[in-house]
Every structure is written in C-alpha cells, then in structure tokens.
Ligand binder design. Structure first.
Ligand SMILES: [Zn+2]
Length: 344
C-alpha cells in the first residue's frame, strides 16, 4: 500500500510503499477513504510531541472494514468505521466509569504509538474502530465523517465539562483553528446565549461567524479581557474555552470570567500562567482541564451529525501525496477549520 511516512521527528512526510497490513487476533483492517489533518497530528509531525519513527500518522479516519482477525465480534467486511484514537484498556477504574482518557494503562494514540490513517489501509485493535450510525452518508462525505471523532467529539465533551447551559456566554480562544470553529458550532448547538470567537488572525473571523459566532474579538491588540467585558456589559463571560493555552490567552480568559465562570483548557502545549487565588475565590471561578472525549461521546457526536444538527467544516481536501504540503500550511496556521487527506 501507499502511505505517507514520518521517518524522523521534525522531518518531511514522504510517500512510501509499505506492506499491506493483515489483522491478527482481535484486530481489524480498514481501507482508508479519508483522514483528517489537524494540529494534534502536526505537533507529532513537527517533533513537538514524542513519537517513535518510522510512523504513519493520522487518526480522524473514514474507513471501510476489509478484513477481521480471529475473535473479532461486531465488525464485518463493508462496515463504515471511524476510530476512537486513545488506546485504552477498558478495564481500569477510569475506563469503568466512562473516563477512559485517564486510563491507568494508557497505550498512547492511533497515529503516534501505532500506525494511523495517512495510508491506503489501517490496522487497529477492533475495539478502536467505531461504526458509523445509520443516516450518516460516509461514502459521499468521507472527509467530514472522518473528522467527527475528534473535531466534534472533543468540543462535545467541553460543553459537559463546562456544564454549558443556554444562559451562558461563551468565548472560544483560538476560535479559527481546527477545533476552535467546531467548538463554536457545538456551543451554538448547545444553545449558548452568546458565542464569541477570539483569535489573533482576523482573516479567520468570516469562518467563525459562519460557524455560529455572534461576535469576534481580535486578540492581536492585547485588549481581549477589556473587549470581552464590553461585550457582556461588564458582567464577564460564563465560559472561556482555550485551545491556545499559554499565559497570553489563559490570563485574559480568567480576567474576563464573570461570577461563577468556568475556564476549560485543552491545548496540548499548555504552558504556565498566573491567577490570583483571591479572584478565584471571590468569583467562585472553576479551572478545568479536558482531554479528548469518551468513546461514548464519539458515538454521540456521530449521531448528532447523522441527525443533521451539526456539520463539520472541512475547508481543504488534498490527495495523500500532498500531505506534506498541507502540513506546511498547518504549521503556519493558514488552515481555517479542518483539512483532510482524500485517500481511497
Ligand atoms: Zn483503562
């Protein structure tokens, strides 16, 4: 099969011929139709996250099962599938209480610890595949169907972490990025009263508004907290969701929170930031971390899209061979929403 391979952290992806994978016991192989390309993958490609090479990256797949190994139940040839991309044990206390992103026996990530979807075929533990529901036309829309497992599921979990209710005003920091625009969509889907997009690239605001933002704040002038307070009549926002996660966004996010405000941070590269304990106390602020999503939230996200309530925003679709050029654009933050490789 053809695959885009990362041969060393930080090097360019190269198109290689690799052996077709065959499933062992408990495994299945899917033909890849499309695979999303986002920042999580790019951080691994760029060597900012630990990765063993050579490796085939990519986890936001739409695939069709072509072979199953011994003992596999519930998957058959022809099934349309995506992937749950955390490799979890399913048995520890965290897995048992539906918090498997905290798995005590965490095995890493599809596309980082094991080969992923930047290839014509992908082999995974059968339990890592998630079948598409009836009503989701994955053959016609493989790119959109493939990104749901992260781009919709991760924001869905954030709405729960933040206990988002329809009276809440929400600000999304890094709103123009791949997860950011989908966070705007899911916050709108969750009936937030007001959704505010914050980004340093004003060129992305048109897409933010299209995704459901009621207002936009250009963070490049360093007056984000003041602007958010103006937009809320001085009361402050109820929920701040930060995909950038350095002091430059986390500190204004906290300053802009009103009473009872919740901050959710989920950037993979979170740095340190300062917060006054007195402010946390006075306003009863909550600071929350949120990792990916549960398998159940992936299934629910697929169903939300199948019902037509949210539709993913995939703005660039390129061939497998053009993956490296796409990652160059990801590196420069030139992609609004999600991008995807069209494989099969
Ligand atoms: Zn576990």
């Amino acid at each position: 099969m053809k695959a885009m391979v990362l041969k060393a952290p930080g090097s360019a992806l190269t198109l290689e011929n690799m052996p077709d994978p065959t499933p062992g016991p408990g495994e299945a192989v899917a033909k890849v139709l499309a695979c999303g390309a986002g920042l999580t993958i790019h951080h691994a490609r760029a060597g900012r996250l630990p990765i063993k090479t050579p490796r085939i990256l990519g986890h936001e797949i739409t695939g069709e099962i072509v072979a199953t190994g011994a003992g596999v139940k519930g998957l058959e040839r022809g099934d349309g599938v995506t992937a749950y991309f955390y490799l979890t044990c399913g048995e520890c206390r965290w897995c048992r209480v539906n918090r498997e992103t905290l798995c005590e026996n965490f095995g890493g990530y599809v596309g980082r610890e094991i080969d992923g979807g930047y290839a014509e075929y992908i082999k995974l533990p059968a339990s890592s595949f998630v079948k598409f529901p009836e009503g989701l036309d994955w053959r016609t829309h493989p790119a959109e169907a493939g990104v749901i497992c992260d781009a919709i599921a991760t924001p869905l979990k954030v709405t729960r972490k933040a206990r988002l209710v329809p009276t809440d005003t929400v600000a999304v920091f890094g709103a123009g990025g791949g997860l950011g625009v989908h966070m705007l969509k899911v916050a709108r889907w969750a009936h937030a009263r007001k959704v505010i997009a914050v980004d340093v690239m004003a060129s992305k605001f048109e897409a933010c508004v299209k995704a459901g933002a009621d207002a936009t704040v250009d963070a490049s002038d360093g007056r984000v907290a003041e602007r958010l307070l103006e937009l809320t009549g001085g009361k402050g926002i109820d929920v701040a969701i930060d995909f950038v996660c350095g002091a430059a966004t986390l500190e204004p996010a906290i300053a802009a929170l009103g009473k009872g405000g919740r901050l959710v941070t989920l950037g993979g590269h979170g740095g340190t930031f300062s917060v006054r304990a007195g402010e946390v106390l006075r306003k009863e602020i909550e600071i929350l971390g949120s990792r990916y999503a549960t398998r159940e939230e992936v299934i629910e996200s697929l169903e939300i899209v199948a019902r037509g309530e949210v539709w993913p925003m995939v703005t660039e679709k390129v061939s497998l061979a053009d993956a490296e050029a796409l990652h160059q654009r990801l590196d420069k933050a030139l992609i609004t929403g999600r991008a995807a490789l069209m494989v099969g």
